[in-house]
Design a protein around this ligand. Structure first.
Ligand code: XMP
Length: 360
């Protein structure tokens, strides 16, 4: 049985051996915040917590995080929106986007570390992050060491990962023990590259902005439902329809066996009251190269398709799609259709595997 108290004692003692100043990269998610709280408990003013505004954060995210952590750690917000967008605009391959994000992220942190005269970076990498990255499933933005990348050489700091051996439920136990407010402990995970992995394919400022608005709608409607994660992704409403199955030009990530695959997205009209009966079709389609199967909630000719995704999971290594009540889905669809240039709204009914939770 995992004991947060002895974990914290050990981690704090180990951190005390670190010399000089340390920067902690806080995203507001439970992992990075818990790592920063541990470092703060151990190092106090030798620890400088920063939150980087990447431009791929959710609506109101900075304010929410800074306010919720006000009494625990004094976070400094660094605006790097332009740097991220300049590097990512026009890129469309999922892995290229992830790697570009990682590069800008660490280069920026490297600059901050040297400006404040620190030598180390504390980050909230947990076991699932590096297991999947090292296994080739995806390039997590915060995994370096486990890939054999040397941050010291590349960016001028060494990395401390106090949570690297923990899984999500254990991190939450530690977070509670350290006094993180319950709404932060229970907050749904939000990936480091943020809305970038939900802006499927080509990155444009307009698409990211629409993704941000759409995510906000879904978070507003589904926040009290107890789902592990719920959000939207956006891609171009372009594809071919054959025998009732629409196949998009956009591609999305999935996992098959131990491998990450990059496969097709399809949508189909289906009775929401009989959502369970779609499993057979999902299995059939994913035996081919399809990674995400969606139920089409509305059709139209607008430029973008918005995919609503909600999942239930314990460890985020596997997940099942959530049974969102049909009425709720219809309300969300109506709201999303009001956004500019939205052609259709879809509901993702693929579990992990064969899909990943995020679309990229
Ligand atoms: P996938 O999409 O791989 O997601 O099934 C599993 C969990 O990891 C989150 N995720 C990330 N978190 N940096 C993160 O900090 C990343 O690069 C990243 N990619 C995915 C995802 O939101 C889900 O909770």
């Amino acid at each position: 049985m995992f004991d947060p108290e002895s974990f914290v004692e050990n981690a704090v003692n180990k951190l005390k051996l670190v010399e000089g100043k340390v920067v902690a990269a806080v995203s507001g998610g439970v992992d990075s915040t818990t790592a920063a709280l541990l470092a703060y408990r151990s190092l106090r003013e030798r620890m400088i917590p920063v939150m980087i505004d990447t431009g791929f954060l959710r609506k109101g995210e900075i304010d929410t995080v800074v306010k919720s952590l006000r009494d625990l750690i004094p976070i400094e917000v660094i605006d790097a929106r332009q740097e991220f967008m300049n590097a990512l605009i026009g890129k469309s391959d999922a892995e290229v986007k992830r790697k570009t994000f990682r590069e800008v992220f660490y280069r920026k942190l490297g600059k901050i570390v040297s400006e404040v005269g620190a030598t180390h970076l504390v980050q909230g990498t947990i076991a699932a992050d590096w297991v999947e990255t090292a296994g080739g499933i995806k390039t997590q933005h915060n995994v370096l060491l486990q890939l054999g990348l040397d941050p010291e050489k590349l960016y001028g700091f060494s990395v401390i990962e106090p949570l690297a051996d923990l899984y999500k439920d254990e991190v939450r136990a530690v977070a509670r023990y350290l006094g993180l407010p319950e709404e932060m402990v229970k907050r749904q995970p939000f990936p480091g590259p943020g809305l970038l992995v939900r802006t499927v394919g080509l990155v444009t400022p307009e698409k990211v902005e629409l993704c941000r608005e759409a995510n906000h709608v879904v978070e507003t409607y589904l926040s009290k439902m107890g789902y592990s994660q719920y959000f939207t992704a956006i891609f171009e409403n372009e594809g071919d329809e054959n025998e009732g199955v629409k196949r998009y030009r956009a591609r999305a990530t999935g996992v098959k066996g131990d491998n990450r695959v990059y496969g097709g997205i399809v949508s189909i009209d289906w009775d929401l009251e009989k959502i369970e009966s779609i499993r057979g079709l999902v299995a059939k389609l994913s035996a081919g190269d399809v990674t995400h199967v969606m139920i089409r909630l509305s059709k139209g000719k607008g430029k973008y398709s918005i995919a609503v995704r909600a999942v239930m999971t314990e460890d985020f290594m596997t997940a099942d799609f959530a049974r969102v009540p049909p009425e709720k889905l219809r309300e969300i669809k109506d709201e999303l259709m009001k956004l500019p240039e939205v052609g259709e709204v879809l509901y993702d009914v693929t579990s992990k595997p064969p899909a990943t939770i995020e679309l990229e």
